[in-house]
Design a protein around this ligand. Structure first.
Ligand code: ADP
Length: 883
């Protein structure tokens, strides 16, 4: 049994070992080769003899072409490490080329070498075993593999960046939950998120608002069936910037297959086409709008084929031409107004050369109504220049023409106005001024108008009014009116106008678009006013100089003017007399009478006269007579009164003296005359008794004269009583006709020539003063007898109408001239003339009669004709004067 291997045994193992080995001495820097095995010799193409005893680096010099490896240095380092550490040291995968025998060439070799120190019994390194393994093939293989991996990596990188930069959105969703496995910015941006936010999360957790829009089902379908799905212009509601937006996308869902062909997810390729879709929609909307607009303005359209002569029309076109539905072209042609056919034909002919069709013509519809239409069209040509079609429109312009006509009339009206009329644009220039306005402001022509800013048309000193008041007011309130100063462009004259401004708004939007103004030149008016003021002043001067008072009232009776004389009389200011103020100058007890007289006459526009007493500035009371003459304006309308007031204090005074005298005289005469009458009657009786008939007759005549005297005296007394307001009345009931008959019976005795003819109706009881009424009747009959000496008949008739008793005395005597008729009832009035002295009297009878009848609430009047006779009548109320 062998227990210890002999040395040759180890040598054999050494020489025949598969591992390449060198035994090297530690004699740095030589590192002499001590021994080498067969595997080493084979691997390095060398012989044992050439190696043993030589330095390892001498045997294996460095390849001069390999400057990179630094293999000598690295090898020395490894030797040293092994010797120093007394432990094997390995150098992996380093290059150490070997020379090719017989050449100067080297063979590239890669090695992994272990240097193992061999120690003696003392533990000192005696030599080391250098055991290189040729890894050239392995190394090269690894190198190639590495390059392949690198290329793959690069490819992958390129793919990824392509994927990330793709102009379309791409995402890979994995599994039934569609977890985002890969997503590029395009698509994450589409979802309104970042890729990082979405990676690794189920897609519908990332965009929950997309749930329920049908996309889950689509994805599921692709995942389960493997059939791709495509969508174009699909609308999705996506949240962006916190708001839901409608977004349009084109997308493709494709199955994502593993290498074994199983579907593990879905590849989503999507790109947003919102802008394209919106643009498309806008175009569609624009087209729709255009169509609506065409319909809205009632524009008809037509397409005329010039080759076949066929024409396609819209129903509006047909309606414009008077047809319910589109009709053939020749039917359309038949409704054209015969006078316009030629014009239409020419327009069509011209269109072929000009390319444009344009004409206006009339059509006569079935209901005989005539309509104007405007035809516009465009001619379409072939490449060869042949006209083949006309596309055009039809518009019913009847209303438009009417409107233009109306506008023309309106402008004619405006242009012929004497006032300025203008339209001011919002830019501050006038867009229109009528002819009167151009003349007023000195414009040359219409073009001139728009060139001149309005500031030049106003008094510079007052333009602030226009800017700060007029225009703002017009804008805010819609109008302004008032006086302003304008300037004539040529002469520079500044003159006043009355301006009426209005804001003109757009009828649809309501936005102000212009300011309209109507200005009246105030110069003529001011001139007229001045002239009026001048003439008024003149009149005032004249009236102030007049010795009488003059006054004026308006139609209501309010005093509008008194002259200086009245002011002087009353000692009160002008203003104090205006209205009814003037009445305060009158004595309180007369005031009512005057006011009533005035108001009573105003109602009937009557002429009036009233007497009153005035508190004169001299401290005394003055009598005045006020007269009023109704005034009418140029239109014949009652305008008030103009009147005067005359101081009659002096006359009143004289009259009073006269009345007093008459009163006293008649009173004083009455007593002696009564005595004389009594003596006369006694004397007459005594003479008759003595039989002295002749003397008695003379006395009887004397008695008659005394009767006349008595009657004169009683007339005078009555007049004084009337004038002093002391005439007494004793009203009671009496039977009217018998009273008249009795009176006539007495009066018949005073005349032999006349027969007093009576003509009565049944009147019955009258309420009044029997004696006084009798006195009136007696007076009328006496006058009738007196003023009809040639006649032989006097007719006295009574009548009753509406509770009014009427009595008339008709004579056939001398009559009264027309112009004297009303005067006979005045005091002391006697109709003058040749016969005045023939008919004695004082002119008091009718005055007293008229006063009595008036006081009884009745009326007295006369109708007469000269030479033919007169009829005096009076009427009184049956039941007396109404209080
Ligand atoms: P006299 O005393 O003068 O008659 P009257 O007042 O009675 O006064 O009449 C006034 C005047 O009217 C008379 O002077 C007379 O001129 C006129 N007159 C009155 N009655 C008649 C009559 N019947 N016919 C004509 N004239 C008359």
């Amino acid at each position: 049994m062998v227990t210890k291997l002999p040395e040759y045994g180890y040598k054999d193992i050494f020489y025949n070992s598969e591992a390449t080995m060198l035994i090297i001495s530690i004699d740095k820097p030589l590192y002499t080769i001590i021994d080498v095995n067969n595997a080493y010799l084979k691997a390095t193409n060398s012989t044992r003899e050439s190696l043993i005893g030589t330095s390892v680096f001498g045997a294996f010099p460095a390849n001069p072409t390999d400057e990179e490896s630094k293999n000598i240095e690295r090898t020395i380092f490894s030797f040293d490490e092994a010797i120093r550490s007394k432990k094997p040291h390995t150098m992996s995968n380093y290059r150490y080329d070997i020379p090719i025998p017989g050449t100067n060439e080297f063979e590239e070799r890669w090695w992994t070498t272990t240097n193992t120190p061999v120690l003696d019994d003392d533990g000192n390194v005696v030599y080391f075993i250098h055991s290189p393994i040729n890894v050239t093939e392995l190394y090269k293989l690894t190198q190639r593999e590495q390059a392949g991996v690198e290329a793959l990596k690069q490819q992958q990188q390129q793919l990824y960046s392509t994927f990330m930069q793709a102009p379309v959105g791409i995402a890979i969703l994995k599994g039934a939950g569609f977890v985002v496995d890969l997503i590029n910015p395009q698509i994450s941006e589409l979802y309104g998120q970042t890729a990082t936010q979405m990676m690794g999360r189920p897609i519908f957790d990332c965009i929950p608002h997309v749930k329920g829009q049908g996309f889950e089902e689509l994805l599921d379908g692709v995942r389960l069936t493997g059939v791709p799905v495509k969508g174009e212009g699909a609308s999705v509601l996506l949240e962006r910037n916190g708001e839901l937006d409608t977004v349009y996308v084109n997308f493709v869902y494709q199955p994502f297959r593993e290498t074994d062909g199983t579907i593990s997810g879905v590849i989503v390729v999507a790109n947003e086409v919102t802008e394209t879709i919106i643009a498309k929609k806008k175009i569609e909307e624009a087209e729709e709008r255009a169509r609506l607009a065409v319909d809205a303005v009632g524009l008809g359209t037509f397409d005329l084929d010039l080759v076949t002569g066929e024409m396609i029309t819209s129903s509006i076109s047909a309606n414009i031409l008077g047809f319910d539905e589109p009709a053939p072209r020749n039917e359309y042609l038949s409704v054209f107004h015969p006078d316009d056919l030629e014009l239409r034909k020419k327009a069509h002919k011209d269109a072929i050369t000009s390319g444009k069709l344009l004409y206006e013509a009339r059509v006569i519809r079935k209901d005989k109504s005539i309509h104007w239409l405007k035809v516009e069209g465009k001619v379409i040509y072939t490449d060869k220049g042949e006209a083949v079609r006309i596309l055009g429109t039809l518009l019913d312009t009847t209303e438009h023409r009417k409107a233009i006509e109306e506008q023309r009339k309106l402008i004619t009206l405006v242009d012929n106005s004497v006032d300025l009329m203008s339209i001011l644009s919002m830019d501050g220039t006038n867009s229109y001024i009528n002819q009167a306005g151009m003349a007023m402001l000195g414009f040359d022509d219409a073009a001139h108008v728009s060139r001149v800013p309005i500031s030049e048309l106003h008094d510079p000193a007052h333009f602030a009014l226009v800017e700060q008041e007029v225009l703002p007011t017009v804008m805010a309130k819609g109008r302004w009116e008032g006086t302003m100063l304008v300037r004539h462009l040529q002469t520079g004259e500044i003159f006043p106008v009355y301006n009426n401004c209005i804001r003109i708004d757009d009828p649809i939007s309501g936005i102000p678009i212009a300011v309209g103004a109507v200005m009246r030149d105030m110069r003529p008016e001011l001139k007229a006013k001045q002239a009026l003021a001048d003439s008024e002043q003149l009149l005032r001067n004249i009236t102030s100089a007049a010795p009488t008072t003059l006054w004026m009232s308006d139609a209501s009776g309010a005093v509008t003017y008194v002259n200086q004389t009245w002011i002087d009389w009353t000692g009160r200011h002008y203003e104090q007399h205006l209205g009814t103020g003037w009445l305060h100058a009158i004595l309180p007890e007369d005031r009512k009478k005057v006011a009533e007289k005035l108001s009573g006459n105003i109602a009937v526009h009557g002429l009036f006269e009233v007497e009153f007493r005035l508190n004169h500035v001299d401290g005394g009371v003055h009598w005045c007579v006020l007269t009023g003459q109704p005034q009418y304006n140029s239109g014949g309308k009652f305008a008030g009164y103009i009147g005067s007031c005359v101081d009659i204090t002096e006359q009143k005074h004289i009259q009073q003296q006269k009345d007093d005298f008459i009163g006293i005289a008649s009173h004083e005469l009455k007593t002696p005359v009564t005595s004389i009458k009594a003596y006369t009657q006694v004397l007459e009786k005594m003479l008759l008794k003595k039989g002295e008939v002749k003397e008695a007759a003379m006395i009887a005549r004397m008695d008659a004269q005394i009767n006349r005297l008595t009657s004169l005296i009683s007339d005078l007394l009555d007049v004084t009583k009337i004038n002093s307001g002391k005439l007494q009345f004793n009203d009671r009931e009496f039977d009217f006709v018998p009273m008249v008959q009795e009176l006539i019976e007495d009066l018949q005795r005073t005349t032999e020539k006349h027969t007093l003819v009576e003509n009565h109706v049944d009147i019955g009881i009258v309420f009044g003063d029997k004696e006084r009424i009798g006195q009136v009747i007696a007076n009328l009959i006496t006058n009738a007898i007196k003023y009809s000496p040639q006649a032989d008949k006097i007719i006295i008739s009574t009548s009753l109408k509406d509770d009014e008793v009427r009595l008339c005395v008709q004579d056939f005597g001398i009559g009264i001239a027309e112009d004297k008729l009303n005067k006979v009832f005045e005091q002391f009035y006697r109709v003058s003339g040749d016969m005045q002295h023939t008919f004695p009297g004082l002119g008091l009878g009718l005055y007293i009669s008229s006063e009595i009848i008036k006081r009884e609430g009745g009326k007295i009047w006369v109708t007469s004709s000269v030479g033919k006779g007169s009829t005096f009548c009076f009427s009184i109320p049956l039941h007396g004067k109404a209080e």
